[in-house]
Write a protein that binds this ligand. Structure first.
Ligand code: GLC
Length: 736
């Protein structure tokens, strides 16, 4: 009888809370759940949630029902699973995912709604793959065209970067997955990335390199941020008091978690005191991480206050609750769906930038072409499953050749000739074999390969050379920078020769940024395709044969020569004695080319269409005093004067007449992408708030929108201003 009585008494005495604690009650406010759970955790359990227990996870805590928390790269989709404590692939068979176009390609769409869709695809796939934190978007500003990871980032302009990042994060986090915007901050090169100490003045920091992160936090509510490998003003970014404690958490009120880049923690005290909340990838046994046993010891000896650990644990728990880890986070999501593949294709189509189209040779008329030859290793090479941490294992990847054959193979004779190929190191111990990432033509010399392509071009109606770079070292890849802007493997000479053999030669560039084009005058058409993702070949064919009217605009300047670029003209790259001072300051990208009146090969914001747009009817109407709303509404009419429907990216630049401090000649402060049917006209409205006029005043430690006259420039690129008008700010406004 006694045990029964005891059981009855036990049930009778149990408070409702004990058998259903607040933290497990999804109807409770997140903060209440966080505090309830935190209050139940031991010190060891709090330590367990602030450092990794495998390459990409933190430990479960069964006693409290805390599941293992998984994170995954990357910015273009959900990476294949990696082994628990090495960088090798886990070789699972259920970790294929949709491979989106690269980040620079997404930026080239200038389509914020599409960025949202892009992020949503990755968020849906992350949920299906059981990942709570996705390590992207990657948004470092393009400071040098040589940076190996420019293809991952979103170009040279803070406003374009911030708009695309906000869209991406809202789409991804809308699926109950945490984005992790990276790499915070000034990781603008791969060379010496783990040690370089970046110096820059405060205005450059605030006006160029922080805005993308600030928008991610203040507008998109990003739930996590990745501290970069490099140092900033002498402290590693992942353990940086000024960046994390003062700016991110102090000024911006960031409530999410700051994690390291993998192996970017270096010191327990700095990690503990300077705002690091989650340590990943350290080259130590997991329990010996800087924020593991050494930190625990510091707590126990009183070197570090418990409140320090509580804040770190609290931020991790907050993100856990916001990613539904206690409410069925494993449910939902979808993977490799036709809808996701359609989004990948739509992004690739809108990313493509038509750089040249002499004599309107494009679009090609599939009904008239009887024969065409596709040339180049990049026409048959696959890119998605390489490039570093942004790699994706995709179910398929449509190459340019496959896309073209699918589109016109039924009506035209499509041939292929390699033309050029990346040399394969001949190792007696390991005979080179062709792979999807490196298709090759054995036993044919480079000269013979080129001769055959030139001959094939001479016999075809049209020749399409798919040129560019790839994800090899010193090209577009993580871990190294490019060494120059040249096309490798003799492509320049090949393009010249093919163009001589066939004047109807189209060049398609697969690359993560600018290349030198000494052959540009010799070819009638050039399309910049970036790394266009798993549907890239179909998207390219759509553009080449007119199913798609190209609408991409360059998110970065294409210089004529590397030395025209600011970081190189000033010899401010790659740094001296481990320190790199951004002496170009605010004059990054087009800001420099404008200030120094240098003619780029192709300017920021440039991109042609198969139709032509006229701009008219510029109206500037007052929006108010700028208290959070627009100060001026920019309105203009866009008329499609051609025979094809198309999209135009209307860009708004602002120029101050009498700046108190030096400012770039003009700066992008608004844009809108608009669809206009052939022969019709649409009106575009682009609001500008106070930030569009403001500069950062380092003495005031705040922003100032100065009472002054401003010129509002409206154009089709940074060098193609179609309309302009003056706007006066009647008063000076100070704000943070
Ligand atoms: C890499 C990259 C970072 C990535 C992380 C995990 O070194 O810098 O972007 O998310 O490590 O793979």
């Amino acid at each position: 009888l006694a045990p029964i009585v005891a059981l009855i008494l036990a049930f009778a005495s149990a408070s409702p809370a004990q058998d259903h604690p607040v933290y497990l009650d999804a109807s409770q406010p997140v903060e209440a759940r966080v505090e309830d759970l935190l209050g139940r955790m031991t010190v060891e359990e709090k330590i367990a949630v602030i450092h990794a227990d495998t390459k990409f996870s933190t430990a479960p805590i069964p006693r409290l029902g805390i599941p293992r928390r998984w994170m995954s790269d990357g910015p273009f989709g959900v990476r294949e699973d990696i082994k628990s404590d090495s960088w090798r692939a886990a070789e699972h068979t259920d970790d294929y995912s949709t491979g989106m176009p690269c980040g620079l390609g997404l930026a080239a769409t200038w389509n914020v709604e599409l960025a949202h869709d892009y992020g949503q695809v990755i968020g849906e796939e992350a949920r299906k793959r059981g990942k709570q934190i996705m390590l992207g978007p990657a948004i470092n500003i393009q400071r040098t065209p040589l940076c190996g990871r420019n293809f991952e980032y979103m170009g040279e302009d803070p406003w374009l970067t911030s708009r695309m990042a906000v869209g991406f994060i809202q789409g991804e986090q809308g699926q109950g997955v945490a984005s992790c915007v990276k790499h915070f901050m000034a990781n603008n090169q791969e060379l010496h990335r783990g040690t370089i100490d970046v110096e820059m003045d405060e205005r450059t920091l605030r006006e160029i390199y922080l805005p993308g992160f600030r928008a991610a936090v203040r507008e998109a509510g990003v739930l996590s941020i990745m501290g970069a490998y490099n140092k900033f003003r002498g402290q590693h970014c992942a353990e940086n008091d000024y960046l994390i404690n003062k700016v991110l958490k102090g000024e911006w009120g960031f409530k999410g978690l700051v994690m390291t880049d993998w192996g970017a923690a270096h010191n327990t005290r700095e990690a503990a005191m300077n705002g690091l909340d989650l340590e990943m990838g350290t080259d130590k046994p997991f329990d010996q991480y800087y924020l593991a046993a050494p930190f625990l010891d510091g707590i126990r000896t009183g070197q570090f206050g418990m409140s320090l650990l509580d804040d770190k644990a609290r931020r991790n728990l907050r993100v856990m609750f916001l990613t539904h880890m206690f409410d069925g986070s494993a449910e939902g999501g979808s993977l490799n769906t036709p809808e996701h593949q359609a989004t990948a294709r739509a992004v690739a189509e809108e990313a493509m930038v038509l750089l040249k189209n002499q004599g309107d040779i494009l679009p090609l008329d599939a009904g008239k072409i009887k024969s065409l030859v596709v040339i180049g290793q990049n026409a048959v090479r696959k890119f998605e499953h390489s490039g570093g941490s942004s790699e994706i294992k995709t179910m398929y990847e449509v190459t340019p050749l496959e896309g073209i054959v699918t589109r016109v193979g039924g009506s035209a004779n499509v041939n292929f000739s390699m033309g050029y190929a990346q040399p394969v190191e001949n190792r007696p111990d390991r005979p080179p074999t062709a792979t999807p990432e490196m298709p090759r033509t054995a036993e044919i010399s480079p000269a013979d390969m080129a001769d055959r392509a030139v001959a094939a071009a001479g016999q075809a109606d049209v020749a399409i050379i798919v040129a560019g770079l790839n994800h090899s070292r010193h090209m577009d890849t993580e871990g190294s920078d490019r060494l120059d802007l040249k096309l490798p493997y003799g492509q320049d000479d090949l393009i010249q020769r093919v163009a001589s053999a066939n004047p109807r030669t189209i060049v398609v560039l697969i690359s993560g940024g600018a290349v030198e084009m000494d052959w540009l005058d010799r070819v009638p058409a050039v399309v910049q395709a970036w790394y266009p993702g798993m549907e890239g070949g179909n998207a390219l064919a759509g553009v080449l044969f007119g199913d798609v009217n190209p609408s991409g605009k360059l998110p970065c300047t294409f210089p004529r020569h590397l030395m025209d670029s600011p970081a190189h003209a000033l010899h401010a790259y790659p740094g001296v004695d481990g320190v790199e001072t951004y002496t170009e300051g605010l004059l990054v990208g087009y800001r420099w080319f404008d200030a120094k009146q240098i003619e780029p090969l192709f300017p920021f914001g440039f991109g042609l269409s198969y139709t032509h747009f006229d701009y008219s009817g510029l109206k500037l109407t007052g929006g108010g005093n700028g208290a959070g709303g627009p100060v001026v509404n920019v309105q203009c009419d866009i008329a499609n004067r051609g025979a094809r429907d198309g999209m135009e990216v209307v860009q708004v630049y602002v120029q101050e007449a009498n700046p108190r401090l030096p400012r770039p000649p003009k700066e992008l402060k608004g844009f809108a992408k608009v669809w206009v049917r052939a022969g019709e006209q649409e009106t575009v409205f682009i609001p500008l708030d106070l930030t569009a006029f403001a500069y950062y005043d380092p003495d005031e430690k705040g922003w100032i929108a100065q009472k002054d006259d401003y010129t509002i420039l409206v154009g089709s690129s940074s060098r193609d201003v179609r309309l302009r008008s003056n706007w006066t700010l009647p008063q000076t406004t100070h704000f943070n």
